[in-house]
Write a protein of this length. Structure first.
Length: 341
């Protein structure tokens, strides 16, 4: 046995991760390059007061003209509530106007992450937003958004200023079985993974065709400034057009799905000018992933049972929040009484 074979890896052999790499994978950076390849989206630059609002504890929503729009406004207490949007009215108005421009329904995200872990708090249990308050509620309830705000450069060798943007994407029906994660190393596509971790028999007949289309698609995004990156692509019926959904960092934070990062990093380097078919992994019928239909996504972000139950029942979340406010107001009142004049 050689000395080399005895060596044990203590960390993944990633190249140094720089702040510039993370920023190049931010939606606001790459979207202008590939706007024609992405679903219709608009960006709203975010001000410091709005970022302070997102970072603040608690969920306080601006009053709405029609309280029934959000389901969270108590009309009896409306006049007592402070409007947080007074500090960022331009952002608030831009969000409202953008929702209208995009047909009244949008899907929000920040520079890198979407609040997929916070759909439990939405009245529709998804990311579709019809009002600015719907957007704020998702953003402030999401650990993924908190990561964008507080830990964007985790693991990087340097730091940089971040021009934060809110991305509002026109809502459309996306079939998750047709979304794929693609790994590019040294500008060459080396691996493809199914994104939805469930078994779909029909995908196996389409795999070769999809692989060829994705390989062609890589040439269309060759202007991306990084040599190593990960991108998500959607191939809706009739499977002729491909949509660029996202670009992700070449970093441990990006989920390799059906691969491991060690596999990705150690795959043989395809030689320039040679015919190379990247490995395309799908969930097999007998894979453990094939039985996740009944499992809960984002289990690391599970909530108390009463919160989940309330979010599932019509008006349940509104009632729960009203009760919570009453409890908090009572506790504050008791505390004031104890302290005396």
């Amino acid at each position: 046995m050689t000395e080399k074979s005895k060596t044990t890896l203590t960390s993944l052999p990633f190249p140094p991760i720089t702040a510039s790499h993370i920023l190049n994978c931010s939606f606001h950076t790459w979207h202008p390059l590939f706007r024609s390849l992405t679903p219709k989206s608009r960006l709203v630059p975010l001000t410091q007061p709005f970022l302070d609002y997102l970072r603040a504890d608690g969920i306080v929503l601006p009053p709405e003209a029609n309280a029934d729009d959000s389901g969270y406004e108590d009309e009896e207490e409306e006049n007592e509530n402070i409007d947080p949007s007074d500090q960022w009215l331009s952002v608030h108005e831009s969000i409202r106007e953008t929702i209208e421009t995009l047909g009244g329904k949008v899907l929000p995200k920040l520079n890198w992450s979407a609040p997929k872990d916070a759909t439990w708090i939405s009245a529709t249990n998804d990311m579709e937003c019809r009002t600015p308050n719907d957007v704020y509620l998702l953003l402030k309830s999401s650990d993924f958004i908190t990561h964008d705000l507080e830990q964007a450069f985790d693991g990087c060798v340097d730091q940089a200023e971040i021009p934060y943007h809110l991305v509002l994407r026109k809502s459309f029906n996306l079939n998750p079985s047709l979304e794929f994660r693609c790994f590019v190393r040294n500008k060459r596509l080396i691996a493809i993974s199914q994104r939805e971790m469930n078994y779909f028999e029909f995908l196996f007949d389409l795999r070769d065709s999809f692989r060829a289309k994705i390989q062609e698609f890589v040439e269309r995004i060759s202007d991306f400034p990084e040599s190593n990156f990960v991108f998500d692509v959607y191939i809706p019926p009739p499977h002729e057009k491909l949509w660029l959904i996202d670009i992700n960092p070449w970093a441990p934070r990006t989920d390799p799905l059906l691969f491991s990062w060690l596999e990705i990093l150690q795959l043989p380097e395809p030689e320039a000018g040679t015919i190379f078919d990247p490995e395309f992994r799908l969930v097999q019928r007998d894979d453990p992933e094939a039985y996740q239909f009944a499992s809960t996504k984002y289990s690391a972000h599970k909530l108390p049972r009463e919160v989940v139950d309330a979010s599932m029942a019509p008006g349940g979340m509104k009632s729960m929040m009203e009760e919570w406010n009453k409890v908090m107001n009572k506790e504050l009142g008791d505390s004031s009484d104890d302290e005396g004049p």
